[in-house]
Ligand binder design. Structure first.
Ligand code: IPE
Ligand code: IPE
Ligand code: MG
Length: 247
């Protein structure tokens, strides 16, 4: 791989993988073919992130709102996730990649939950990169569950309401211990978050790419990293350049 000549690489990249259906429609194919092809793009994204030195990669695989899709499509998507874990877990483990799952899991079906837990358990000590799969994930649901946990902790006398800080909330989210995403990429031309990482995206940079997810490859990933590297992140303060002029 040619060395990337970028001044800064994001530590955490999160991707809203969108456009499988439109990719298929454009070709007169059923949506399910688009989802199938999307799995290949997932593999490309994981490989590219590892090669570029990204330490955390989050992929939005299935939202808490996606249950409103036709049953057959839901089955396709669940089947693909199951097959992805069965087929790719050994490879990911060999690549020293840790897998974490975010999203509501208590109500998940018994044909999916054990697989997710196995993926987390098998790879828990891996250190090269963390691959976070957002499945049955919705940020409002995540924040609501964190709020419930916080109330329980207050009721149990473990937390004083006066000690409730943003960190107290963040540490009860599914993403506890994972740094906030520096860069959020969404494919397919849509420019919205669709209930993804609302809390964690407070200071993320957004890159919206026109390509549909099944077409996503290493070049698109690097393009997004380039756009990110040219951004001036200020976090409410002043940029280094501005400070240099003032001093
Ligand atoms: C992304 O593609 C996959 C999931 C949301 C699970 P879509 O299925 O949303 O494809 P479009 O947006 O209809 O083209
Ligand atoms: C967001 O895409 C969810 C995932 C990529 C898993 P959607 O296709 O569900 O989002 P909307 O409905 O266009 O906002
Ligand atoms: Mg979509």
């Amino acid at each position: 791989m040619a060395k990337l000549d970028l001044p800064i690489i994001p530590q955490h990249v999160a991707i809203i993988m969108d456009g499988n259906g439109r990719w298929a429609k454009q070709r007169g194919l059923p949506r399910t073919i688009g989802h199938n092809k999307g799995v290949e793009a997932v593999r490309q994204a994981v490989r590219a992130a590892g090669e570029c030195g990204v330490k955390y990669l989050t992929l939005f695989a299935f939202s808490s709102e996606n249950w409103s899709r036709p049953e057959a499509e839901i089955e396709d998507l669940l089947g693909l996730l199951r097959r992805f874990i069965r087929r790719d877990l050994a490879d990911l483990h060999r690549e020293n990649i840790r897998i974490r799952i975010i999203g509501e899991r208590q109500k998940l079906r018994s044909d999916i939950l054990p697989l997710l837990l196995e993926a987390e358990e098998t790879t828990r000590n891996n250190t090269a990169m963390t691959l976070i799969i957002a499945f049955n994930y919705g940020a409002r649901d995540e924040i609501t569950r964190a709020a419930i946990q916080l109330v329980k902790d207050v009721q149990a006398g473990l937390v004083d309401p006066q000690d409730i800080t943003p960190d107290a909330i963040g540490s009860r989210l599914d993403t506890a211990g994972i740094p906030d995403p520096d860069l959020i990429i969404r494919t397919s031309g849509e420019e919205r978050l669709s209930n993804f990482l609302l809390w964690q995206a407070a200071y993320s940079e957004f890159v919206f790419l026109p390509c549909y997810w099944p077409d996503f490859d290493r070049q698109h990933f690097v393009e997004a990293l380039r756009i990110f590297a040219a951004r001036d992140r200020r976090f409410g303060g002043l940029s280094d350049a501005t400070t240099a002029v003032v001093v």
